[in-house]
Design a protein around this ligand. Structure first.
Ligand code: NDP
Length: 253
């Protein structure tokens, strides 16, 4: 059954990994809309795979003019916006996360800007264009609950994002706009190639498989399917909370 028939969706970072998985799942349930990202080539490839009912609008989520442009153009093209998936985030290109002695004020700000500030202002810039009753999904992380060496800033930003879902959902209640966080565990996406040298890639993925109770890494479609639920009318009583899709990762010590 098409749970999102004719819903207009915006997925930030919809040109790669989890964002693409979300856009694909939305498309599979009848949605139309926009994907964003900075890389023109991967945006074009994603649009080819998503088909004619999706458009790509390039932009940097840390640039407010770019954000404004995404929502304005989406509204001009489709006439409304029903669902916003705030997914862009993760690794800052060329800036290692590092443990506390490696982190500079600049690298701290860059990670917070990408993984927290951009989400806040993505939501803010969307509001003039968003339908009353819309669903906003903030992509968090199991890292908000489960520490890993050298990832303190990322974990803190994602934990704050979950808090943002709670607070913003109250701010937006008068418009019946729901805000929830959807937190993936370890998902097999291109991010691992950015974090780990090629020769160690399989070993690192195997480590995640070994520590994930269900015995596999997640797929972008796992997150996509959960996002469809949060975007759809099946979840209208779910407000300002977090859903974990992590194969049980956060259940283990
Ligand atoms: P990818 O690296 O595959 O995708 C990251 C996406 O974010 C790309 O589409 C990228 O597009 C976009 N992006 C990054 N920086 C910017 C920017 N400044 N402006 C606009 N777009 C940007 O990673 P994943 O798919 O794995 O990650 C997606 C989300 O899921 C992130 O928020 C990440 O923190 C979260 N997550 C991932 C997990 C995993 O195991 N993979 C686990 C938990 C959470 P472009 O480069 O074209 O700008």
């Amino acid at each position: 059954m098409n749970k999102l028939e004719n819903k207009v969706t915006v997925v930030t970072g919809g040109n790669s990994g989890i964002g693409f998985g979300i856009a694909e799942a939305f498309r599979n349930h009848g949605a139309i809309g926009t994907i964003t990202g900075r890389n023109k080539e991967t945006l074009d490839n994603a649009i080819t795979q998503l088909g004619g009912n999706f458009i790509a609008i390039p932009g940097d989520v840390n640039n407010s003019n770019d954000l404004e442009n995404v929502f304005k153009k989406t509204f001009e093209k489709f006439g409304k916006i029903d669902v916003l998936a705030v997914n862009a985030g993760g690794i800052v290109d060329g800036v290692p996360m590092g443990t506390i002695s490696d982190v500079t004020e600049e690298s701290y700000d860059r990670y917070m800007d990408l993984n927290l500030k951009s989400a806040y202002f993505t939501v803010q810039k969307s509001l003039p264009y968003l339908n009353d009753g819309a669903s906003i999904i903030l992509i968090g992380s199991s890292a908000a609950h489960r520490a890993a060496p050298g990832m303190a800033i990322y974990s803190a930003a994602k934990a704050a994002l979950i808090s943002l879902a709670k607070g913003l959902s109250l701010d937006l209640l008068p418009r019946k706009i729901r805000v929830n966080a959807l937190s993936p565990g370890s998902i097999d996406t291109p991010v691992f190639g950015k974090l780990v040298p090629q020769e160690h890639l399989e070993q690192v993925k195997q480590m995640w498989i070994d520590i994930t109770p269900v015995g596999r890494q997640g797929l972008p479609s796992d997150i996509g399917n959960a996002a469809v639920f949060l975007a759809s009318d099946d979840s209208t009583f779910i407000v300002g909370t977090e859903i974990l899709s992590d194969g049980g990762l956060t259940n283990i010590s």
